[in-house]
Design a protein around this ligand. Sequence first.
Ligand code: GLU
Length: 591
Amino acid sequence: MKTVRARLVVILVSVAALLALPAPTQAVTDPAKTPTAVGTGGAAATVEGLATEAAIEALRGGANAIDAAVVAAAVLGVTEPFSCGIGGGGFMVIHTAEGTTTTVDGRETAPAAMHPQSFWEDGAPLPFDDARYSGMSAGVPGTVAMWDRALRQYGTMSLGETLQPGIAVARNGFLIDQTFHDQTAGNVDYFDDVPSSAALYLDPDGTPRDVGTVLRNPDLAATYDRIARLGAKGFYRGAVADAIVEAVTDPPVSADANHTWRPGVMTQRDLLRYTALEREPAHVTYRDVDVFGMGPPSSGGSTVGEALNILEGYDLAGVTRAEALHRYLEASRFSFADRNAYIADPAYFDVPLTGLLSDTFAAERRDQIGDTAATSPVPPGDPYPHNGGGTGAGMAATTTGHETTTHLTVSDRDGNVVSYTFTIESTGGNGIVVPGWGFLLNNELTDFNFSSTTHPNRVEGGKRPRSSMSPTIVTRDGEPLLALGSPGGATIITTVLQILVERLDLGASLPDAIAAPRASQRNTTATNAEPAFIQSPEGQELASAYGHVFSSTSEIGAATGIEFLTDGGVVAAAEPQRRGGGTAMVEQPVP
Ligand code: GLU
């Protein structure tokens, strides 16, 4: 086995020399970054120019928003491989031209053989990185099944057609930018344990490839091509499935690896049985709009929704900015206490969603919010009396905040809208590129509360880990008004909530709401906040007059969104700065 591996290393390393070429010999260019676009017809906003362009091209060629979202996602799987791709999963909220709103759950599942102590050793849970960089952290990927399901149900193109732009980018290459370089740098110490990961993402000397290098991924092109020919079963059965199982159960690390890579227990049967699920959206009304989000196993829709229900009791537009932001932070604090206690895969835990999203429970929580900051952790409330009976499981839980994942927002001229967040969990997933197939596996199973054997979100075979992803669509009188989402682990929820408050209550335009300095309160003593937030007049006032304690963090979120104007126009907006900024385009720009 070791000899085979050693030979594989040599082959991969020599192929690697062909994968990465200096920019000047190539005709590969990066589209200019345009964070805001205004016009008519369809629109797209993603973190990356090639993906946004591909979506707009598809729309101009007659694709609908669901088709174009998959087109863009497949390109992002090539150009943003540390944040998303076919080795991971995600959630899509869809508003159709006919006026219905639905969601598709492509969350990864735990292999059937997993159990509450799968991440334990010698009677104790593993440290996070030991759990993460392993075969055990990889959930059964859901992305290909979700693309297939969304397209069959709501698209007009075949899976194979939507993959073509991604295949072209994987074959022709793209330019490595500073963000890509930095994301590689954060993984070097683990990628260099895994020859297939090192061959694709590191130079032969073991350092990240230089900014400006053209990176090609012919293996991923071949994987997409196989899926294009065979459909989703090209991924879930046969050679790709076998390679995934092999990589999980016997991590393909080199003999001189300086970390221990623990094996996982995924089988071909786990892959064969994977199903993307269509689910009802989590829904609340907020003032004069309807807000649709992702329900369990994501905590996105329920937590954004509960916080909005709490905030609906305040006249945020009629108070000072500091006071409005105090209410935002406290609504988030109390909603996170409930999120941490009650959200898990609904197939394994009876989530009291009706109670959590009820106005009466929100009123109870609002009564506990004072004129100054509460001391966290605040205990969870009891949503069960608001849920039609049952008993609670109240307990504290962990919260995380990584800067990974990606969100894209796409609409078409007919009124279909897609808000789609997808991920491989940590930046670089579990660090293992499936040998020969060109994509990283996820480490989504560390989103379970893996140090607890009793928490509703504990590890169990077949279960989907709780997520924070919050793809959101807002309608007014049944017509789309806003679509948005963000990466950022548990800060996704507060980012989406803060953008909604800025846009709906505090008078900001969508681009300004996306750009605004952020603070994220997740039932912790200190509120994470960006330096610009802490230093702003309202940030100072929140500290001095409202008792908020801030801990500085350089960046929170990297949102994208679309606003639909009453005159038929659209504003597509991507993050202008964070993570290098994104790109927004519309089908017919305003001249
Ligand atoms: N795994 C995270 C979640 O589902 C998303 C990844 C991230 O942004 O940290 O909530």
